[in-house]
Design a protein around this ligand. Sequence first.
Ligand code: PEP
Length: 251
Amino acid sequence: MRTPIIAGNWKMNLTIAEAIELVDGIHYGLPFPGEVDIIVAPPFLCLQKVAEHLQESYIGVAAQNLHVEDQGAFTGECSGKQIKDAGADYVIVGHSERRQYVAETDEIVNKKLKAALRNGLTPIMCVGEILEEREKGQVASVIGRQLTVGLLELTPEQVSGIIIAYEPVWAIGTGKTAKSDQVEDAHRLIRFSLSMKFGGQVGGSVRILYGGSVKPDNSGELLALPNVDGALVGGASLKASDFIEIIKSME
Ligand code: PEP
């Protein structure tokens, strides 16, 4: 049994007060979430406050990024060690916006996954193709490369603790959701690839989330797919009522 996950990536949105208001709204609107793991990923400046506020709650906290090193002369960066110290238990690694805007490569993703794991953080590793790659029929090779390089030198035990998010880049923040068969195909491919590299038990147990314009009106269909274990939600995670509706569609 894979426990489903609904994770909200707040990106560079919300002040501290707004962040607290949002998580309170989720709690009041959904006091008993059922068998779903719920995670929010605030910006760094809100992270500690949100984590403190959620200490006794069912909501887990993720950072949106981390540095490959644990400390040192890296102005403007935050390490896994600091993220753990601030109270988070998860970290998003390799989000397409970082791959796109700050040239985060698969090799960097690999180093970041290792940094997360050695600091006791559960990584949410993002993979997914850009539109041009889909149109050229390269979905399998792109995802295959992201997984091969990204997970290099990790043990099956380490990989079994990672959460993967399949996020077709053309569907992120665009309102264009991938069709159910496209999503299921990609998730099956990821599971197969993990099974081939790390064994059937790992392939069968890793939770694979879908991300890309998930909203209350499409979450039911997407989350019902057999190989979809939840969602990584951007825009719709900023409104408590929408986020709650998405969680409820998983139950
Ligand atoms: C994301 O940022 O991971 C994401 C999926 O964003 P959105 O839901 O807004 O497309």
